[in-house]
Design a protein around this ligand. Structure first.
Ligand SMILES: *Cc1c(COP(=O)(O)O)cnc(C)c1O
Length: 365
């Protein structure tokens, strides 16, 4: 019998969550963002659930090849464009759309011999200061691109730094509006947080395309302000394992490396076949929620490479073989959002899903 740990990708949840993006921005088209191997879900595994997208947005050519190999003939957007000029050849062959964020990417396009005119999203740096042209350089980049025979269509795009937080999107949206006011073309501004929080009431944020990443996978971008239930999202990834041992602690006994957890009274604990080498966050502290037989328990002591330990007080009937849900869907309709585990560990749902380890077998339902 293999080690009792497995992940499941829920096709229906992906489809449901993508439909939530569409409902929040009914007049826009939806990019399903599948970078980082579909946020750890696996592009091939996620594809069936995301079929209703209008296009797939991703980062590297190998991922684009995988999407085409699955039979997707619609739009594919390269979010950081090419990393060197010679990549353009494969881009053209795969019919990829570009996000142009740097002057030399325009140079490359201008020298690219292609029979097929390219679709381009021109990225404005509206304040995040990672990628894109600053407002005072945006128009000249647009003019250069519009003069190229290689380019057939230019859309306008920016990315928000605080769509999930208190600062919101107002300042960056104003920069985008000012820089693009009299330029033609489609527009794309919103990531998941902006789609959920602002798109329903703001046509300029919905624009022509929204870019749904994390929400499609069933994580609330603004947790803990909202959880997935509040946004009507469903977990698209479940990580489950089993208890492989139990221990009866006496008062004063400790658990795990560093002896960090000390029982102050007799306590029954369960040992779970999941550790940081499976992608579970090592920094998850005592108190992090774990479901045992669908019942909420707390992690105790340090997470180790292959195991973690839980307090079985809420579920006295549990024993070796009991089902443990690290995140996602548990038995009998129970749910543990990845966001809760991430928050306890001082990180975000994105990181946990992306970090699901190779050694965990994954299936699709
Ligand atoms: C990753 C990414 C997104 C998706 O962000 P989420 O927060 O996961 O929705 C959207 N736009 C760009 C440019 C990205 O890089």
């Amino acid at each position: 019998m293999p080690r009792p740990i497995a992940a499941t990708i829920h096709t229906g949840a992906l489809a449901h969550n993508l439909a939530r993006a569409r409902a929040a921005a009914p007049d826009a088209r939806v990019w399903a963002v599948v970078k980082a191997n579909a946020y750890g879900h696996g592009i091939e595994r996620a594809y069936a659930g995301l079929q209703a997208a209008d296009g797939f947005a991703l980062l590297d050519l190998a991922e684009a090849e995988r999407i085409r190999a699955l039979g997707w003939r619609g739009p594919v957007l390269l979010l950081e464009d090419c990393f060197e000029a010679r990549d353009l050849e494969l881009c053209s062959r795969l019919d990829l759309w570009h996000v142009i964020h740097r002057e030399d990417q325009i140079d490359w396009l201008s020298r690219h011999k292609t029979a097929r005119p390219q679709r381009v999203f021109l990225k404005l740096n509206s304040g995040m200061n990672r990628l894109g042209f600053r407002p005072d350089a945006y128009r000249s980049a647009w003019l250069r691109l519009s003069g190229l025979t290689q380019v057939e269509d230019i859309a306008l795009m920016t990315h928000f730094a605080d769509a999930d937080g208190a600062a919101g999107i107002g300042a960056q949206q104003a920069v985008f509006d000012a820089a693009t006011r009299d330029l033609p073309g489609e527009r794309s501004l919103a990531n998941s947080a902006a789609t959920l929080r602002f798109a329903p009431d703001n046509a300029a944020v919905r624009a022509d395309w929204v870019r749904a990443g994390i929400m499609s996978y069933g994580s609330a971008p603004d947790f803990p302000a909202h959880d997935i239930a509040a946004w009507g999202l469903e977990p698209a990834m479940t990580l489950r394992a089993e208890l492989i041992a139990t221990q009866a602690l006496r008062a004063g006994d400790t658990v795990g490396y560093g002896s960090r957890f000390v029982a102050d009274a007799p306590l029954r604990i369960g040992v779970v076949a999941c550790g940081y080498a499976d992608g579970y966050p090592r920094l998850a502290p005592t108190g992090t929620p774990v479901l045992v037989d669908g019942v909420r328990c707390r992690l105790v002591g340090r997470v180790s490479m292959d195991m973690l330990t839980v307090d079985l007080t809420p579920v006295p009937g549990a024993g070796v073989g009991s089902e443990v849900t690290l995140w996602g869907r548990g038995p009998a309709g129970s749910v543990l959002a990845v966001d809760e585990v991430a928050h306890a560990a001082g990180t975000i749902g994105y990181e946990l899903m992306c970090a699901l380890a190779q050694r965990v077998p994954v299936s699709v339902d």
